[in-house]
Write a protein that binds this ligand. Sequence first.
Ligand code: ADP
Ligand code: MG
Length: 722
Amino acid sequence: MKNFLRSLRYLRPYRVRIAIAVLCVICIASLWAGGLGMMLPGAKILISDEGLHGWAYLSLVNDRMEAKLVGQKTPPGAAIEENGVVRQIDTVVNVVGLKKDGIAQKAGLLASDWIIGVNDGEGLQRLRDDLLIRHLAQLQQGQEVTLSVVRAGSNHPHTITLAMGEAKLASRALGKVAAWIPDPGPVYAKRFNMFLGLLVAVFVITILRGLFTFLQEYFVGTAIWQGIMDLRCDNYNAVLHLPTTFFSEKGVSDATSRFVSDTGELARGQNTLLGKTLVEPAKAVASIFIALYWSWKLTIIALIAGPPAYYFIRRFGKKMHRASKRALESWSSMLGVLAETLQGIRVVKAYTMEGRERKRFFQVNRQLLRQQNRMERLDAATSPTMESLGIVTAIVAAGAAGYLVFNYKMDRDVFLVWMAALFAMFDPVRKLAKVSMRFQASEAAAARIFELQDAPREVIRPLSQKLPRHTRSLEFRNVCYRYPSASVDAVRNVNLKILAGQTVAIVGPNGSGKTTLLSLVPRLLDATSGQVLIDGVDVMDVTLRSLRSQIGLVTQDTVLFHATIAENISYGLRRVDRQTVIEAAQKAFVHEFVQEMPDGYDTIVGEHGATLSGGQKQRISIARAILRDPAIMIFDEAMSQVDSDSEHRIHQAMEGFTKGRTTLVIAHRFATVLSADIIAVMQDGMLVDAGTHKQLLDRCRLYQHLYSTQFIDGGGVSAVRT
Ligand code: ADP
Ligand code: MG
């Protein structure tokens, strides 16, 4: 749960809303308890003979006498003899229980005694059971009363005097409520109004609960999405500072899916936490309190279901965690396949690979389905398991409670209400089990999200200083680089010193490490050992901003953003006026084709510059580099996508532009190579030789080979022409 808890930190700024939601939860739980609490009065009104008032009076009397009394019909023929007169009695108050050393017991009352009336000095005043209880209930604490009592086996009443004790808070409250509602008396039909009143109360409670539920869900939901938004921003920030090797290893789609599906899963978990997880336990606690109030011993019996429930929840939870993690990984592979085929849709079509791609997509899709099925299975299994457990315990507890009921130790209606409270408790517990599943799923998502945040960022040494504009030299000193996933160095022990303003062409077969070597200059990669020095300062010791802002980079795969051409040219620069953009565009031969576009420089180029040709894109990226006025220019096979017609002109532009700048060019066409001050030849990551075209043609066999093959390819022809 570590990562999930960490994700909650993002909710801190919205704690006011969360606090309101928590208050709402408390209200919801109280209303829930209130609704449950309404059940017993409901039962009393609907089912039992005594009614609401009779119940209130009886519980007051029971409390004050510390006994358990029940109003009863007598068996047929029951009679008493008083002063020689025999009188039939049809109802009595039966003493069914006595508190040990309680007021009634001390006064001499025995269990199974019949109380038939009161004797207030003027002889026996015979009262029907309900009236008698009502009479007793009117007495205040400390008031004395003389009861007329008939003991089993005798029909001569005797008197017992006792002083009323104190009633419990609940009974007193109940008495107050009863006093407030008009007493319908013993006529059952008259209770209908009370029943209606109860229904209104239930209605009001439900409406209020609905209102609080709305507020709670609304506040929680909005707070969570805000938090998720902040989290996404943080993640984005983290991703922007990840080294480029992170993406070449894990793939871009993996990071993408962590933004999309993982945050969604996390939001669902948080929503559950602040919704169900607060509400349901609150409801469970409320129900437990009610159940405990009616019978604490029985309720404890019911709680033995706890440990096995805990065991199951834990087991399922672990499986859920695993399934969720795999499902999220499957999401990311699916996005990977999608991105790859959709971006390469032209190639897929041209090579009629639709079938194969469909199969590939189907496979990752099915993988995802399998994990989702597993999650559903766990989710689905949780409820029935919890339910069965609950039912078994409920049956055990109900058996015990039944025993009490049939032995007059518990009222029938209390039994019903207690059972209802017990069931009311199981429902939230069952839901909580599901909640725990959700948490496990979210934890897996949170872990993946924070993995992104915690991945090592680009190295920034403390005390990095600003690099002043490059004026003297650029030096590779014993530089080695090995990709994290590779077993051999891609660049090995390269030593090369370039003076400011020089143009260096780097040639070599494919995979000889040219791109890797030049990536070390703007620190797209950091040398594994050795140093790259600009004006004698190690690039590791300067701020990334000051370093990169003076390096212009034009690569083979041009990157254009979904924006206007002008914005793409001025990318990375603030407040550039149109004239400056146009000047740069003219130098890079962008101007001529932009002029023909309907919106000119305001034409949107589409994602990845989809609406432009390769050569056009390349020229825009050169214009972008020109506009930045860099001290160091890097061209990595920049000409490979430009048709030979414009290549010639761009070459001219480059020549003008690179004057006074240190220029590093990787080129296959010798037109570019020939004008360089130094030509460096690379093979297998090593710098084999460096010198002028003439020198190399004389002494370097690799160079001779490269030159002759290029010449035959036609690249050399244009070189000869210049
Ligand atoms: P060049 O630009 O000269 O064609 P590169 O510098 O791109 O060559 O690659 C040099 C070597 O490093 C190659 O053998 C290539 O397979 C390897 N390589 C390139 N990029 C990566 C990467 N991201 N992870 C692992 N190995 C890589
Ligand atoms: Mg390359």
